[in-house]
Design a binder for this molecule. Structure first.
Ligand code: PMP
Length: 383
């Protein structure tokens, strides 16, 4: 198997990925080789990963129930703490039923592969996450990708009652919102199902952090499948899929990455439950985060960077060339900033970027430092 050739090719193109070893992340700070960096690379948008309530909940559950769930949910994995988390999610988001997954990646696999047959069509926004694209490629359905948020292009390719339209609440690498009013209108008119992956909107947007649909005033019933993750604003890890009782029963039976996978460890489920309770009451954290976003955008507007039109915590600076992006990230790191350099194939060719993410754990002073260091590092970057 000539996989080494592919690796060598990636290396030559400056696209080889390597795994950074760090000591720990502590809210706004990331420690690596004994040095503290300001962390602008995570998805802990509300800063909950460090909250004492979550640590305590995990600790208590570990003592009471043990470290692991010991089996898949349908065998003997499903415990009272999982049931309590499911109920809390339904109550928060107005869903009839949900099921839990150990990752968002596996949740998306389960839904798309279990629901669609070869007679179906699957429409996906071109910028949808790799887990959605991959599930589409592996499902028997025919997948059609439409230009990012382009409702005219989607409408032109839609067929009545033929399948599923999938898009994201907040796009993970661009930070903009999906056109959910447009998507729900088109899905309603054409009789197709709609699925939202709200990994980056849940907890951050909408009343009580209910997510992108709530923020945009789209009724949850218009979107048949709601997928959210626990590893971003909720600060832990894992995911869920929600919808009707019938949908969830179907996935209990046919969602292979649900049926054949060990359930969430009880300490993890307990920490997520604590996070849901905190997130519902976290208007102060959301307001602080929004202020930091405005402060950041006002500061960067003066610098020679291409800032994407995002009003969320994801604030990418598009550099274009991969090597330039890596070099810039390295310069920022020397000066104490930890920022993700995102390259193809994660983003389209020619649009390599610094994916700067803000968190309610940051302070206004952190944003001033970020802008100051970006300004220094920008020397030599062409606008
Ligand atoms: N969907 C989106 C939009 C994501 O950004 C991610 C994570 N990067 C996932 C799904 C996968 O979630 P998880 O990390 O829980 O596997």
């Amino acid at each position: 198997m000539p996989f080494h050739l592919s690796l060598a090719g990636r290396e030559a193109a400056g696209l080889k990925r390597s795994l950074p070893l760090i000591d720990k992340v502590e809210g706004r700070l990331l420690w690596s080789a004994g040095r503290a960096y300001l962390n602008f690379a995570g998805n802990d948008y509300l800063g909950l990963s460090q909250a004492p309530e979550l640590r305590l909940a995990a600790d208590r559950a570990a003592r009471e129930f043990g470290a692991g769930a010991v089996a898949s949910p349908l065998v003997v994995g499903h415990q009272a703490v999982h049931r309590a988390l499911e109920a809390a999610l339904c109550d928060w988001l107005g869903l009839e039923a949900v099921l839990l997954f150990s990752s968002g990646f596996s949740a998306n696999q389960a839904v798309i592969k279990a629901l669609l047959g070869k007679e179906h069509l699957l429409w996906q926004d071109r910028l949808n996450h790799a887990s959605l694209q991959e599930a589409g490629l592996l499902s028997p359905a025919r997948m059609l990708r439409f230009a990012h948020n382009d409702m005219v292009a989607l409408e032109a390719r839609l067929k009545p009652s033929a399948g599923l339209i999938v898009s994201e609440g907040v796009f993970s690498m661009d930070g903009d919102l999906g056109d959910w009013p447009g998507l729900s209108r088109l899905a309603g008119q054409s009789g197709n199902w709609l699925m939202i992956d709200d990994a980056h909107g849940l907890g951050v947007l909408g009343r009580e952090g209910r997510g992108t649909l709530d923020a945009l005033g789209v009724a949850p019933e218009q979107v048949r499948i709601f997928m959210g993750t626990f590893g971003k604003a909720l600060g832990v890890g894992g995911a869920f899929v929600g919808g009707s009782r019938e949908l969830v029963d179907y996935l209990h039976n046919h969602g292979r990455s649900y049926v054949y996978s060990t359930h969430l460890p009880p300490p993890q489920a307990a920490a997520v439950l604590a996070a849901v309770r905190l997130a519902r009451r976290a208007d102060d954290r959301r307001e602080h985060l929004n202020q930091l976003v405005r402060q950041f955008r006002a500061g960067v507007a003066e610098l020679p960077f291409e800032l994407l039109p995002s009003a969320t915590a994801i604030q990418p600076l598009v550099i274009g060339d991969e090597a330039d992006t890596l070099a810039l990230a390295a310069r920022l790191k020397e000066r104490g900033l930890w920022v993700g350099a995102i390259r193809p194939p994660t983003v389209p060719k020619g649009s390599a970027r610094l994916r700067i993410t803000l968190s309610a754990a940051h302070t206004q002073e952190d944003i001033r430092t970020l802008i100051k260091i970006l300004a220094e590092a920008a020397e030599g970057v062409s606008p």
